[in-house]
Design a protein around this ligand. Sequence first.
Ligand SMILES: [Fe+2]
Length: 269
Amino acid sequence: MATAVEGVDLNTPPTPELAATLRKALWDNQVLCIRGQSIGPGAYLTAISAFGEPQIRPEIPHVDGFPAVTTLSSEDRDTKGDGKRLVAGATWHSDDSFMARPSALTALYGIVVPDEGGDTQYANMYAAYEALPEDKRRHLDTLQVVHTMKPAREGLGRTRSIDPAILAQRPPSTHPLIRTHPETGRKALYISRNRMDHIVGMDRAEGHRLIDELVEHAIQPQFTYRHKWRQGDIVIWDNRCLMHKANGDYPEGARRFMQRIIVAGEVPV
Ligand SMILES: [Fe+2]
């Protein structure tokens, strides 16, 4: 899992050949890092458009004039909650799993990165699925899960407090626990722990125990990759076959600033 590319300058829009090479690298490795970039939001959007259609999420702060380029900053505070530092995505998840069509890909551009800490971790959900015993896989193949934007669990880390008006526009979605990747045809566990309200037809607590057990299985070292950010990295990852997790373990006062673009996905099947 995970590959890095050097010697590409995304100030020049990718040629069709380069775009095809980068997409293949992503499908083969799930996480693609393009190193050494120094680009503005327009070039960033053009480059990520080679992978699919950028999406807008109005509830997240964005770069002026570029609503699809959202920002993640060490200065973010939960202004609708208690005002404490906000590290979004600190529990294992897959982006926007509560949407009917969750984002396929997420790109994150590290513009200011701390010297220590702030890594992003990934778990390969193809490999985690494939390592399960066959009878377990057969059972999991039959399960559907209701995902909600409102956090489904207590004590799994902080999330941005959500405007009730936004919440009202985002009804729960039901997705299979095992999904098939539309590009590779491979099956993967589809887990976003804090958004999984319940497994259909299963007692809520029992469903949560099963999800927790699968998360513990999937985050074993042989299935995971930890990205240590360098300034200028653009990391693109595939939400359809990965979980990921942010780490807020950099010191108070250290700066971290990133720009994020999410790419449209499909209904999980
Ligand atoms: Fe995330």
